[in-house]
Design a protein around this ligand. Structure first.
Ligand code: AMP
Length: 625
């Protein structure tokens, strides 16, 4: 594909309204990018992998540690030179300040007008995407003395061959800021749409969108999009995945696997409480949360050994240990003792996920800042090694001895991890109640660690995903003992039961008539029916079992003092314990505060309304008291 065609079509995609229209435009562009579609192409070169990466502002796949290393200043200088003798880098900078974006600036200068200066022979030909890719890869390979000016020359040479839309695309590409409004998800969907939509795939999957709707619709199935997503997770290379999808369909994508030496994105965690974990996982895998830097360890024995056969390609072919950061940067050189540690112990091809922590002379963990002194260091590595000692804690295993383990449950991956690297494997204990989790957390904190991670023992490893299968424990907040002052009847199946309960705390400042026998009293600012002497703070409907609901309804039905539509007010009688995520100021309730995500814990049988929590405590819990 010609670079000009890519630049112009990308501009059109960027100007398209609507997500589906954008995806369809991108899919057309991808379909025309390579020789397989027979559209344009430049002889034998397949433009598809390059076009796919370029659209995401990349020359190299995400797992590749090479970078262009072209900064904004170098780019401005190259543009200035291509713009001719009357334009200086400072002029380009001024214009950039006005326009706010380098592509627009590059497009405004007549860069191709300098063609006569730089171009001989091939320079007169239009640029293909393959030629641009080759030049940029060459530029990335420059290093050492004078590399800066050789990069500038190379970029200048490219700019002199650019039309205005090509110049805009190139400037954005080298700085990695495409501004097409096209994210990774859109490219994934476009790959599925271009190469796996129902009329290309013979297996007749249902299209994910409604064919009967009037507007444009995507035809690729959810299954096709998932196959693309999975291939991306294991390869981290959009270009490679696009080609696979085009040439081999979903089957080919499913055949993609992990490769030792090709890092994948780390699985991430969300914040959650012990109760959340027990509620969602039942038995919870509890691990120490180490306070260090994430590291992905790849290891391939120097001699692939008796494995033989096909294992070599996927198993890294004698790579030795390589270490990658959370952003997939190669940090091997900075961590020689981890390299030695792994070399001495691991003897099968493996990919292991873990955390590197700094430790003191007794082996106790040091704060996270200490690891940073070591992690990306290029100089003085040996000297710093004397100053800050490191230790590896491994907590997951993605690949072992020829087996990809992403789809295995955590408990199985952990077993494999123990086989691969027993000394470094972090303990995993199973707990099924919040008390046991709290005890594990106290032990982790006492040992100087950050806390605990709570994981589903059945969960698979999903690279790059910040899902609910891994929770970093957030301390549970203190619960509140509130008085139930009102309720709303349920709906449907639960119409005979109360569904939502209005909660209040004692308002010591307000006049409170005799506790019993009030007439229901005035309403709060919120308009909810509420008793005098109480200030409402929220409504709770979650965490109540059917049984508890029936019990609450029966107990409260005799205390109704007022009714309006489906809402009732109670004589203050019952105290319930509620959990919540936080307390915020809010005009909705008469207390001036609202519980966020309140959750029913139980009835406080031991408490009367005079023992319920007060507005003063609510203020304190909200941080105002
Ligand atoms: P945070 O950086 O606060 O989002 O917490 C998640 C990070 O905790 C992960 O990316 C890891 O670097 C780190 N971590 C420490 N111990 C563990 C563990 N046992 N399992 C998973 N991640 C852990």
């Amino acid at each position: 594909m010609q670079f000009a065609a890519l630049a112009e079509r990308a501009e059109r995609v960027a100007a398209t309204d609507g997500d589906i229209e954008t995806t369809l435009g991108l899919a057309d562009l991808l379909a025309d990018a390579g020789p397989a579609a027979g559209a344009e192409g430049d002889g034998s070169t397949d433009g598809l992998p390059v076009v796919t990466r370029f659209l995401l502002g990349r020359v190299f796949p995400a797992h590749d540690t090479r970078t262009l290393d072209v900064g904004p200043a170098l780019c401005r200088e190259a543009i200035a030179r291509a713009a001719g003798p009357n334009v200086s880098a400072a002029d380009v900078e001024d214009r950039l300040a006005e326009r706010g974006e380098i592509g627009t600036v590059a497009a405004e200068y007549d860069l191709g007008g300098q063609r006569g200066l730089a171009a001989f022979g091939e320079g007169r030909d239009a640029l293909s995407v393959a030629a641009v890719d080759e030049r940029l890869r060459g530029l990335a390979a420059e290093s050492g003395d004078g590399s800066e000016s050789r990069k500038r020359d190379a970029l200048f040479g490219l700019f002199t061959r650019c039309s205005s839309s090509e110049a805009a695309f190139l400037a954005r590409l080298v700085l990695g800021e495409m501004r097409l409004g096209v994210g990774e998800g859109t490219v994934r969907d476009a790959v599925a749409e271009a190469f796996l939509s129902t009329d290309q795939e013979s297996d007749g999957d249902d299209a994910s969108d409604d064919d009967n709707s009037d507007g444009p619709a995507l035809r690729a199935s959810d299954e096709a999009a998932a196959a693309v997503e999975r291939a991306l997770q294991v390869t981290n290379d959009y270009g490679r995945v696009a080609v696979r999808a085009r040439d081999e369909g979903t089957e080919g994508l499913r055949a993609e696997s992990l490769r030792v030496g090709r890092p994948v994105q780390a699985m991430l965690a969300q914040a959650g409480t012990a109760t959340d974990a027990v509620d969602s996982f039942g038995a919870v895998a509890v691990e120490t949360k180490f306070d260090g830097a994430r590291v992905q360890v790849h290891y391939a024995p120097a001699d692939p050994g008796s494995d033989g056969g096909d294992a070599a390609e996927s198993d890294g072919d004698g790579l030795g240990p390589r270490l990658y950061s959370r952003n997939m940067d190669d940090v091997t050189e900075a961590l020689p003792e981890i390299v030695e540690y792994v070399s001495e112990r691991v003897d099968v091809p493996a990919i292991v996920d873990g955390e590197v922590v700094a430790v003191d002379d007794d082996g106790d963990p040091l704060p996270f800042q200490e690891v940073l002194r070591r992690f990306r260091r290029k100089h003085d590595v040996e000297r710093m090694r004397e100053t800050v000692s490191l230790r590896l804690h491994a907590f997951d295993c993605l690949h072992a001895d020829g087996d990809d383990l992403l789809d295995e449950p955590l408990r199985v991956r952990h077993e494999r991890l123990r086989e691969v690297l027993p000394d470094a494997t972090a303990d995993l204990t199973l707990a099924d109640d919040p008390e046991a989790i709290a005890a594990a957390e106290r032990a982790a904190l006492d040992a100087g660690h950050e806390g605990v991670m709570l994981k589903s023992p059945e969960s698979t490893y999903t690279p790059g995903d910040r899902g609910r299968d891994w929770l970093k424990r957030k301390p549970d907040v203190e619960t509140l003992d509130a008085v139930v002052v009102g309720a709303e009847w349920g709906e449907g199946r639960r119409a005979e039961l109360f569904g939502t309960f209005l909660l209040a705390v004692r308002d010591e400042g307000a006049e409170r008539p005799n506790d019993r026998g009030t007439d229901g009293g005035p309403t709060g600012d919120d308009g909810d029916l509420a008793s005098a002497g109480y200030a409402t703070v929220g409504k709770v409907a979650t965490g109540i079992t059917d049984e508890a609901l029936a019990d609450l309804t029966e107990r409260l039905a005799t205390h109704v003092v007022d009714e309006s539509g489906t809402t009732v007010a109670f004589d203050p009688e019952l105290v319930v314990e509620v959990g919540y995520e936080e307390i915020q100021t809010s005009p909705t309730y008469s207390a001036g505060y609202a519980l966020r995500f309140p959750r029913f814990v139980g009835v406080r049988e031991d408490k009367g309304v005079d023992d319920a929590d007060s507005l003063t405590r609510v203020r304190r819990l909200a941080g105002d008291g």
